[in-house]
Design a protein around this ligand. Structure first.
Ligand SMILES: [Zn+2]
Length: 403
Protein backbone atom coordinates (compact mmCIF):
# COMPACT_ATOMS: atom_id res chain seq x y z
CA UNK A 1 0.00 0.00 0.00
CA UNK A 2 2.72 2.45 1.05
CA UNK A 3 4.93 1.21 -1.79
CA UNK A 4 2.23 2.01 -4.32
CA UNK A 5 1.97 5.50 -2.92
CA UNK A 6 5.64 6.33 -3.51
CA UNK A 7 5.53 5.21 -7.14
CA UNK A 8 2.17 6.88 -7.82
CA UNK A 9 3.37 10.20 -6.42
CA UNK A 10 6.68 10.06 -8.31
CA UNK A 11 4.75 9.57 -11.55
CA UNK A 12 2.41 12.43 -10.67
CA UNK A 13 5.29 14.82 -9.94
CA UNK A 14 6.88 13.78 -13.25
CA UNK A 15 3.93 15.43 -14.98
CA UNK A 16 4.66 18.76 -13.30
CA UNK A 17 7.16 20.06 -15.83
CA UNK A 18 7.11 17.11 -18.26
CA UNK A 19 8.90 17.99 -21.52
CA UNK A 20 8.21 16.75 -25.05
CA UNK A 21 11.57 14.91 -24.90
CA UNK A 22 10.49 12.81 -21.94
CA UNK A 23 12.33 14.82 -19.32
CA UNK A 24 11.26 17.26 -16.63
CA UNK A 25 11.88 21.02 -16.41
CA UNK A 26 10.87 22.37 -13.03
CA UNK A 27 13.09 25.37 -12.34
CA UNK A 28 12.85 27.38 -9.16
CA UNK A 29 9.79 29.68 -9.01
CA UNK A 30 8.33 28.58 -12.34
CA UNK A 31 4.65 27.54 -12.68
CA UNK A 32 5.29 23.80 -12.28
CA UNK A 33 7.57 24.38 -9.32
CA UNK A 34 4.74 26.26 -7.63
CA UNK A 35 2.21 23.51 -8.37
CA UNK A 36 4.67 20.91 -7.06
CA UNK A 37 5.32 22.73 -3.77
CA UNK A 38 1.55 23.08 -3.25
CA UNK A 39 1.12 19.38 -3.94
CA UNK A 40 3.82 18.65 -1.35
CA UNK A 41 1.89 20.66 1.25
CA UNK A 42 -1.26 18.68 0.45
CA UNK A 43 0.57 15.35 0.92
CA UNK A 44 2.03 16.49 4.26
CA UNK A 45 -1.35 17.78 5.46
CA UNK A 46 -2.93 14.40 4.65
CA UNK A 47 -0.64 12.84 7.26
CA UNK A 48 -1.41 15.53 9.82
CA UNK A 49 2.10 17.00 9.62
CA UNK A 50 2.60 20.67 10.51
CA UNK A 51 3.69 22.63 7.45
CA UNK A 52 5.22 26.01 6.92
CA UNK A 53 7.02 27.80 4.12
CA UNK A 54 10.12 29.98 4.58
CA UNK A 55 10.90 33.14 2.65
CA UNK A 56 12.73 31.20 -0.10
CA UNK A 57 9.71 28.94 -0.77
CA UNK A 58 11.18 25.91 0.98
CA UNK A 59 8.45 23.82 2.65
CA UNK A 60 8.90 22.11 6.03
CA UNK A 61 6.56 19.36 7.29
CA UNK A 62 7.12 18.46 10.96
CA UNK A 63 5.69 16.08 13.52
CA UNK A 64 5.12 18.99 15.92
CA UNK A 65 4.03 22.59 15.49
CA UNK A 66 6.55 23.81 18.08
CA UNK A 67 9.92 23.08 16.54
CA UNK A 68 11.24 26.61 16.99
CA UNK A 69 14.74 26.46 18.58
CA UNK A 70 14.43 22.68 19.04
CA UNK A 71 16.94 20.18 17.64
CA UNK A 72 15.12 18.26 14.91
CA UNK A 73 15.92 15.38 12.62
CA UNK A 74 15.62 16.90 9.17
CA UNK A 75 15.17 14.81 6.01
CA UNK A 76 14.49 15.75 2.43
CA UNK A 77 15.93 17.01 -0.83
CA UNK A 78 15.23 19.64 -3.52
CA UNK A 79 12.12 20.31 -5.62
CA UNK A 80 13.79 21.91 -8.63
CA UNK A 81 15.33 20.16 -11.64
CA UNK A 82 17.81 21.06 -14.36
CA UNK A 83 16.36 21.96 -17.77
CA UNK A 84 15.00 18.78 -19.41
CA UNK A 85 16.36 16.75 -16.51
CA UNK A 86 15.34 13.37 -15.14
CA UNK A 87 12.25 12.43 -13.15
CA UNK A 88 14.00 11.34 -9.93
CA UNK A 89 16.76 13.81 -9.10
CA UNK A 90 15.69 15.65 -5.96
CA UNK A 91 12.03 14.68 -6.01
CA UNK A 92 12.79 11.05 -5.06
CA UNK A 93 14.20 12.22 -1.73
CA UNK A 94 11.50 14.86 -1.33
CA UNK A 95 8.61 12.41 -1.74
CA UNK A 96 10.25 9.49 0.09
CA UNK A 97 11.03 11.61 3.13
CA UNK A 98 7.61 13.21 3.52
CA UNK A 99 5.99 9.79 3.16
CA UNK A 100 8.41 8.26 5.67
CA UNK A 101 7.86 11.03 8.24
CA UNK A 102 4.09 11.02 7.64
CA UNK A 103 3.76 7.24 7.90
CA UNK A 104 5.89 7.03 11.06
CA UNK A 105 3.86 9.84 12.64
CA UNK A 106 0.60 8.15 11.73
CA UNK A 107 1.69 4.76 13.05
CA UNK A 108 3.78 5.63 16.12
CA UNK A 109 2.60 9.12 17.06
CA UNK A 110 4.80 11.97 18.23
CA UNK A 111 8.48 10.93 18.29
CA UNK A 112 10.89 11.63 21.17
CA UNK A 113 12.88 13.84 18.83
CA UNK A 114 10.88 15.88 16.30
CA UNK A 115 11.08 14.77 12.69
CA UNK A 116 10.85 17.33 9.92
CA UNK A 117 10.63 16.63 6.19
CA UNK A 118 11.84 19.35 3.84
CA UNK A 119 11.34 20.22 0.19
CA UNK A 120 14.10 22.71 -0.64
CA UNK A 121 13.17 25.47 -3.04
CA UNK A 122 16.30 25.25 -5.17
CA UNK A 123 19.55 23.34 -5.50
CA UNK A 124 20.46 23.03 -9.20
CA UNK A 125 21.19 26.63 -10.22
CA UNK A 126 19.39 25.96 -13.52
CA UNK A 127 17.50 29.27 -13.71
CA UNK A 128 19.65 31.80 -11.85
CA UNK A 129 23.44 31.62 -11.51
CA UNK A 130 23.30 30.49 -7.88
CA UNK A 131 23.03 27.00 -6.42
CA UNK A 132 21.76 25.50 -3.13
CA UNK A 133 19.84 28.70 -2.31
CA UNK A 134 17.27 26.74 -0.25
CA UNK A 135 19.72 24.96 2.05
CA UNK A 136 22.10 27.94 2.13
CA UNK A 137 19.29 30.16 3.42
CA UNK A 138 18.35 27.60 6.07
CA UNK A 139 21.92 27.37 7.34
CA UNK A 140 22.72 31.11 7.14
CA UNK A 141 25.19 30.71 4.28
CA UNK A 142 23.30 32.71 1.64
CA UNK A 143 24.85 35.84 0.19
CA UNK A 144 22.34 38.69 -0.33
CA UNK A 145 23.69 39.26 -3.85
CA UNK A 146 21.56 36.27 -4.90
CA UNK A 147 18.40 38.36 -4.66
CA UNK A 148 19.53 40.68 -7.47
CA UNK A 149 20.30 37.91 -9.96
CA UNK A 150 18.35 37.82 -13.23
CA UNK A 151 17.31 34.87 -15.35
CA UNK A 152 17.56 34.79 -19.16
CA UNK A 153 14.32 36.74 -19.53
CA UNK A 154 15.46 39.50 -17.17
CA UNK A 155 13.19 38.41 -14.30
CA UNK A 156 14.86 38.97 -10.93
CA UNK A 157 15.30 36.28 -8.32
CA UNK A 158 13.77 38.46 -5.64
CA UNK A 159 10.62 39.39 -7.54
CA UNK A 160 9.98 35.80 -8.62
CA UNK A 161 10.61 34.59 -5.08
CA UNK A 162 8.17 37.11 -3.59
CA UNK A 163 5.44 36.24 -6.10
CA UNK A 164 5.70 32.51 -5.37
CA UNK A 165 5.92 32.85 -1.60
CA UNK A 166 2.77 35.00 -1.73
CA UNK A 167 1.08 32.19 -3.66
CA UNK A 168 2.25 29.51 -1.23
CA UNK A 169 0.92 31.56 1.67
CA UNK A 170 -2.56 30.59 0.46
CA UNK A 171 -1.89 26.94 1.31
CA UNK A 172 0.52 27.08 4.26
CA UNK A 173 1.75 29.59 6.88
CA UNK A 174 5.00 31.47 6.36
CA UNK A 175 7.58 30.90 9.08
CA UNK A 176 11.24 31.22 10.00
CA UNK A 177 13.14 27.91 10.13
CA UNK A 178 14.92 28.68 13.42
CA UNK A 179 15.11 25.09 14.66
CA UNK A 180 18.47 23.41 15.25
CA UNK A 181 19.44 20.55 12.95
CA UNK A 182 20.32 17.54 15.10
CA UNK A 183 20.82 15.33 12.02
CA UNK A 184 20.12 15.66 8.31
CA UNK A 185 19.45 12.58 6.19
CA UNK A 186 19.04 12.86 2.42
CA UNK A 187 17.95 10.03 0.14
CA UNK A 188 18.99 10.51 -3.49
CA UNK A 189 19.73 8.68 -6.71
CA UNK A 190 23.47 8.10 -7.18
CA UNK A 191 23.68 9.85 -10.60
CA UNK A 192 26.81 7.84 -11.42
CA UNK A 193 27.35 4.18 -12.39
CA UNK A 194 29.13 2.67 -9.37
CA UNK A 195 26.05 1.11 -7.76
CA UNK A 196 24.59 0.08 -11.12
CA UNK A 197 27.71 -2.01 -11.72
CA UNK A 198 27.78 -3.49 -8.23
CA UNK A 199 25.56 -6.07 -6.48
CA UNK A 200 24.63 -3.44 -3.87
CA UNK A 201 21.20 -1.77 -3.79
CA UNK A 202 22.16 0.94 -1.32
CA UNK A 203 25.19 3.11 -0.71
CA UNK A 204 26.02 5.21 2.27
CA UNK A 205 27.88 8.34 1.25
CA UNK A 206 31.19 8.89 3.02
CA UNK A 207 32.25 12.20 1.42
CA UNK A 208 30.94 14.74 -1.07
CA UNK A 209 33.35 16.31 -3.55
CA UNK A 210 34.35 19.94 -3.33
CA UNK A 211 33.01 22.03 -6.16
CA UNK A 212 33.72 25.44 -7.65
CA UNK A 213 31.74 27.01 -10.46
CA UNK A 214 33.06 30.09 -12.23
CA UNK A 215 31.27 32.43 -14.58
CA UNK A 216 34.10 33.68 -16.79
CA UNK A 217 33.64 36.69 -19.06
CA UNK A 218 35.67 37.79 -22.06
CA UNK A 219 35.10 41.25 -23.55
CA UNK A 220 35.35 42.54 -27.13
CA UNK A 221 33.89 45.22 -29.37
CA UNK A 222 30.78 44.42 -31.43
CA UNK A 223 30.87 45.26 -35.10
CA UNK A 224 29.71 44.11 -38.54
CA UNK A 225 30.83 40.57 -39.47
CA UNK A 226 31.38 41.46 -43.12
CA UNK A 227 32.93 44.92 -43.12
CA UNK A 228 35.31 44.68 -40.14
CA UNK A 229 38.84 43.66 -41.11
CA UNK A 230 40.09 40.49 -39.39
CA UNK A 231 43.27 42.26 -38.31
CA UNK A 232 41.56 45.04 -36.37
CA UNK A 233 38.95 43.04 -34.51
CA UNK A 234 38.48 42.82 -30.77
CA UNK A 235 36.54 39.58 -30.73
CA UNK A 236 35.26 38.27 -27.40
CA UNK A 237 34.69 34.81 -28.92
CA UNK A 238 38.28 34.54 -30.16
CA UNK A 239 39.45 35.28 -26.62
CA UNK A 240 36.97 32.78 -25.21
CA UNK A 241 38.21 29.99 -27.50
CA UNK A 242 41.82 30.73 -26.59
CA UNK A 243 40.91 30.73 -22.90
CA UNK A 244 39.00 27.45 -23.10
CA UNK A 245 41.80 25.71 -24.98
CA UNK A 246 44.27 26.73 -22.28
CA UNK A 247 41.91 25.58 -19.52
CA UNK A 248 41.48 22.14 -21.16
CA UNK A 249 45.24 21.70 -21.63
CA UNK A 250 45.98 22.67 -18.06
CA UNK A 251 43.23 20.86 -16.16
CA UNK A 252 43.35 17.61 -18.16
CA UNK A 253 46.69 16.91 -16.49
CA UNK A 254 45.24 16.91 -12.98
CA UNK A 255 44.50 13.41 -11.71
CA UNK A 256 40.99 12.80 -10.38
CA UNK A 257 39.76 16.27 -11.32
CA UNK A 258 36.41 16.53 -13.06
CA UNK A 259 35.86 19.72 -15.00
CA UNK A 260 33.19 20.83 -17.45
CA UNK A 261 32.51 23.82 -19.64
CA UNK A 262 28.79 23.22 -20.16
CA UNK A 263 27.47 26.67 -20.92
CA UNK A 264 28.59 29.45 -23.25
CA UNK A 265 26.58 32.55 -24.04
CA UNK A 266 27.69 35.07 -26.63
CA UNK A 267 26.37 38.64 -26.65
CA UNK A 268 24.50 39.74 -28.66
CA UNK A 269 24.43 36.10 -29.91
CA UNK A 270 23.75 37.08 -33.50
CA UNK A 271 25.34 35.26 -36.47
CA UNK A 272 26.62 38.34 -38.31
CA UNK A 273 27.83 40.39 -35.35
CA UNK A 274 31.25 40.10 -33.69
CA UNK A 275 30.52 39.25 -30.02
CA UNK A 276 31.15 42.03 -27.50
CA UNK A 277 31.02 39.62 -24.60
CA UNK A 278 31.11 35.87 -23.97
CA UNK A 279 30.10 34.23 -20.70
CA UNK A 280 31.55 30.79 -19.99
CA UNK A 281 30.51 28.58 -17.07
CA UNK A 282 33.29 26.32 -15.77
CA UNK A 283 32.57 23.64 -13.16
CA UNK A 284 35.47 21.93 -11.34
CA UNK A 285 35.29 19.18 -8.69
CA UNK A 286 37.62 17.03 -6.61
CA UNK A 287 37.38 14.90 -3.49
CA UNK A 288 40.61 16.48 -2.19
CA UNK A 289 40.17 20.15 -1.35
CA UNK A 290 43.90 20.84 -1.89
CA UNK A 291 43.77 19.59 -5.48
CA UNK A 292 40.59 21.60 -6.10
CA UNK A 293 42.23 24.74 -4.75
CA UNK A 294 45.28 24.11 -6.95
CA UNK A 295 43.07 23.69 -10.05
CA UNK A 296 41.26 26.92 -9.22
CA UNK A 297 44.59 28.71 -8.87
CA UNK A 298 45.69 27.51 -12.32
CA UNK A 299 42.41 28.60 -13.89
CA UNK A 300 42.54 32.08 -12.38
CA UNK A 301 46.09 32.51 -13.68
CA UNK A 302 44.89 31.64 -17.20
CA UNK A 303 41.93 34.01 -16.86
CA UNK A 304 44.18 36.86 -15.77
CA UNK A 305 46.71 36.10 -18.53
CA UNK A 306 44.12 36.50 -21.32
CA UNK A 307 42.56 39.59 -19.74
CA UNK A 308 39.24 37.97 -18.86
CA UNK A 309 37.30 38.31 -15.58
CA UNK A 310 35.36 35.84 -13.44
CA UNK A 311 32.83 35.51 -10.67
CA UNK A 312 32.70 32.48 -8.38
CA UNK A 313 29.04 31.33 -8.42
CA UNK A 314 29.48 28.11 -6.44
CA UNK A 315 32.12 27.35 -3.85
CA UNK A 316 31.54 24.27 -1.72
CA UNK A 317 34.35 22.55 0.12
CA UNK A 318 34.94 18.79 -0.01
CA UNK A 319 32.85 17.47 2.87
CA UNK A 320 32.94 14.25 4.91
CA UNK A 321 29.59 12.85 6.08
CA UNK A 322 28.94 12.17 9.77
CA UNK A 323 30.45 8.85 10.85
CA UNK A 324 27.75 7.91 13.40
CA UNK A 325 25.01 8.50 10.87
CA UNK A 326 26.90 6.43 8.31
CA UNK A 327 26.95 3.56 10.81
CA UNK A 328 23.22 3.99 11.37
CA UNK A 329 22.54 3.72 7.62
CA UNK A 330 24.72 0.62 7.36
CA UNK A 331 22.82 -1.03 10.26
CA UNK A 332 19.44 -0.18 8.74
CA UNK A 333 20.52 -1.50 5.33
CA UNK A 334 21.47 -4.84 6.94
CA UNK A 335 18.21 -4.97 8.89
CA UNK A 336 16.31 -4.53 5.63
CA UNK A 337 18.37 -7.47 4.25
CA UNK A 338 19.80 -5.32 1.50
CA UNK A 339 23.35 -5.17 0.19
CA UNK A 340 25.08 -1.89 0.93
CA UNK A 341 28.39 -0.26 0.17
CA UNK A 342 30.27 2.98 0.83
CA UNK A 343 30.69 5.61 -1.86
CA UNK A 344 31.82 9.19 -2.23
CA UNK A 345 29.57 11.53 -4.18
CA UNK A 346 30.84 13.32 -7.27
CA UNK A 347 27.71 15.47 -7.32
CA UNK A 348 27.05 18.32 -4.93
CA UNK A 349 24.02 18.05 -2.66
CA UNK A 350 22.10 19.97 0.00
CA UNK A 351 23.61 17.53 2.53
CA UNK A 352 26.99 19.09 1.81
CA UNK A 353 25.77 22.62 2.53
CA UNK A 354 24.09 21.44 5.72
CA UNK A 355 27.16 19.47 6.83
CA UNK A 356 29.25 22.60 6.29
CA UNK A 357 27.06 24.38 8.84
CA UNK A 358 28.33 21.78 11.35
CA UNK A 359 25.07 19.80 11.43
CA UNK A 360 25.73 16.02 11.30
CA UNK A 361 24.60 14.87 7.86
CA UNK A 362 24.48 11.73 5.77
CA UNK A 363 23.21 10.59 2.38
CA UNK A 364 21.70 7.34 1.16
CA UNK A 365 22.10 6.50 -2.53
CA UNK A 366 20.17 4.13 -4.76
CA UNK A 367 21.46 3.02 -8.20
CA UNK A 368 21.00 5.10 -11.35
CA UNK A 369 20.46 2.82 -14.36
CA UNK A 370 23.47 3.09 -16.72
CA UNK A 371 24.78 5.85 -14.46
CA UNK A 372 22.87 8.58 -16.30
CA UNK A 373 21.30 11.63 -14.68
CA UNK A 374 20.27 15.23 -15.53
CA UNK A 375 18.83 13.80 -18.78
CA UNK A 376 15.40 12.32 -19.67
CA UNK A 377 16.85 8.76 -19.60
CA UNK A 378 17.51 9.03 -15.84
CA UNK A 379 15.91 6.01 -14.16
CA UNK A 380 16.10 3.64 -11.19
CA UNK A 381 14.47 0.21 -10.82
CA UNK A 382 11.29 0.24 -8.73
CA UNK A 383 12.80 -2.33 -6.36
CA UNK A 384 15.71 0.00 -5.62
CA UNK A 385 13.50 3.07 -5.18
CA UNK A 386 11.39 1.20 -2.63
CA UNK A 387 14.47 -0.28 -0.94
CA UNK A 388 15.96 3.19 -0.45
CA UNK A 389 12.77 4.47 1.09
CA UNK A 390 12.61 1.51 3.50
CA UNK A 391 16.17 2.18 4.67
CA UNK A 392 15.42 5.88 5.14
CA UNK A 393 12.29 5.10 7.14
CA UNK A 394 14.15 2.69 9.40
CA UNK A 395 16.96 5.20 10.01
CA UNK A 396 14.41 7.88 10.92
CA UNK A 397 12.52 5.51 13.20
CA UNK A 398 15.66 4.48 15.08
CA UNK A 399 16.90 8.07 15.47
CA UNK A 400 13.57 9.68 16.41
CA UNK A 401 11.73 7.02 18.38
CA UNK A 402 14.48 4.83 19.90
CA UNK A 403 17.15 7.34 20.97
ZN1 LIG B 1 19.77 16.40 -6.79
Amino acid sequence: MNDEKLMTLLHEFKQLGATSMGGVTRCVYDDNWSLAQKKYVAIANDYGLYCFCDKMGTIYAATSDHISHKPVILTGSHMDTVVNGGWLDGIYGVVSSVLAVGQLFQKFGTPKIPLCAVSFSEEEGSRFDATFTGSRYLTHQLDDAVFNLKDRTGATFNQERQNRVTELRQVTPIGIPDFKIRSYIELHIEQGNTLDQSPANIAVVTDIVGQKRLLITTKGISNHAGTTQMSGRVDAMRKAVDLMTKIYSSLELMKGLRFTIGKIIAFPNVANVIPEKVDIALDIRHIDQNVLDQAFEQVTQIINAVGATYRLTTNVVATPMDYQLQQQVIRSTKQEKLVGERLFSGAGHDAQVIANSKAPSVMIFVPSQNGVSHVPQENTAEFDLLAGQRVLKRVLYDLAYCS
